[in-house]
Design a protein around this ligand. Structure first.
Ligand code: RUB
Length: 322
């Protein structure tokens, strides 16, 4: 898949989830670099810069996309030939993808220690990082039950239940109602009602701000409120590249709004009725028990330190340049 196709698949959500869009963007930039066979350094720079802009513009909310692009392009301004630039971008992209995939595994191992046999987990939307925690606990033989929200309007909850149903089940034995993690699908508005049965909430992240606030799928903040009311721990599963250096400069996270037609066919509405479709929301740090990252389980109030130590002063500097 070429870069233009990747950017358009991210926009149309064929490629979705903050981790996957980040890895896909890094790989697309690598491909863009390798596809240019010439030796004109300026031309390769222009192509990469163009690609970089297209990828960043494809979805506005997840900082993982920006962090992936920055990590892939890091050091590129000092390349002295097209060959040097090509191989730098390819190496950077490979190392980002490898680190990112390893991080999901580490999060699974660290987070699963918070799950004991007999626990019931609630998850919202479809997060590879959060599901990794549940699947690791399941693979360790823990008896875990899950409630998964439908996540309107895209119904990512259906991906979640399929993934959990297939967890640990050999491919040849997978049937429609797999014998993986026992999972129950609920509609989003059932969250507060079901919370009395829940021991822990696990969600993913699109962005974590320097003040510890979480930006994730629309409805996450309502789940957090219901968990807080019921004294149920609310745990976020997030790789460190989901933390935002831009928020250190006071920048607000742009909440993506998508087309109304994702919710309802506008022709079915009476005249002058409007539809609003924000697809992410913000959960303040005070509702978050902890964040599981690949470097350990941390408090949301440690977000600034994660940005400085893991993403580095360089990324904070670059974020200010934009
Ligand atoms: C997906 C979503 C996920 C995070 C984390 O939204 O909100 O919770 O992206 O996912 P969308 P992961 O479907 O609109 O992309 O842990 O897989 O990175």
């Amino acid at each position: 898949m070429g870069l233009i196709e990747v950017a358009s698949s991210i926009k149309s959500m064929e490629i979705r989830g903050a981790g996957l869009i980040a890895r896909s963007a890094a790989e697309a930039l690598k491909q863009q670099a390798l596809d240019y066979k010439g030796d004109d350094l300026g031309e390769l720079r222009r192509r990469l810069d163009d690609g970089r802009r297209q990828l960043i513009a494809s979805r506005p909310t997840a900082i993982s996309l920006w962090n992936a692009v920055q990590a892939t392009m890091r050091g590129s301004s000092s390349a002295e030939s097209a060959d040097e630039l090509r191989s730098l971008v390819a190496t950077n992209a490979d190392s980002f993808v490898e680190r990112s995939s390893k991080a999901v595994g580490m999060i699974g191992r660290i987070g699963s220690k918070r799950l004991r046999s007999g626990m019931t987990v609630l998850t919202h939307c479809n997060s590879k990082a959060a599901l990794g925690v549940i699947k690791t606990a399941h693979a360790d033989g823990k008896d875990i039950k899950v409630y998964a929200t439908e996540s309107r309007p895209w119904r990512q909850g259906l991906l979640t239940v399929k993934d959990l149903a297939a967890a640990g089940v050999p491919k040849r034995d997978r049937i429609e109602h797999g014998a993986g993690v026992p999972t129950t699908l609920i509609i989003d508005s059932a969250v507060r009602w079901i919370m009395k049965e829940i021991d822990v909430v696990l969600v993913g992240a699109d962005t974590i701000c320097s003040n510890g606030a979480l930006i994730n799928k629309i409805g996450t903040s309502q789940v957090a409120l219901a968990a807080d009311e019921a004294r149920v721990p609310f745990i976020v599963c997030a790789e460190t590249y989901k933390f935002s250096p831009k928020t250190v400069h006071g920048e607000m996270v742009e909440i993506e709004e998508r087309d109304a037609s994702e919710i309802i066919d506008p022709r079915l509405l009476p005249p002058k009725v409007m539809v609003k479709n924000p697809v992410f929301d913000a959960t303040p740090a005070e509702y978050i028990d902890s964040i599981v990252t690949e470097i350990g389980l941390i408090s949301p109030y440690a977000a600034y330190e994660v940005i400085v130590k893991e993403l580095g002063q360089e990324s904070i500097f670059e974020a200010n340049e934009e």
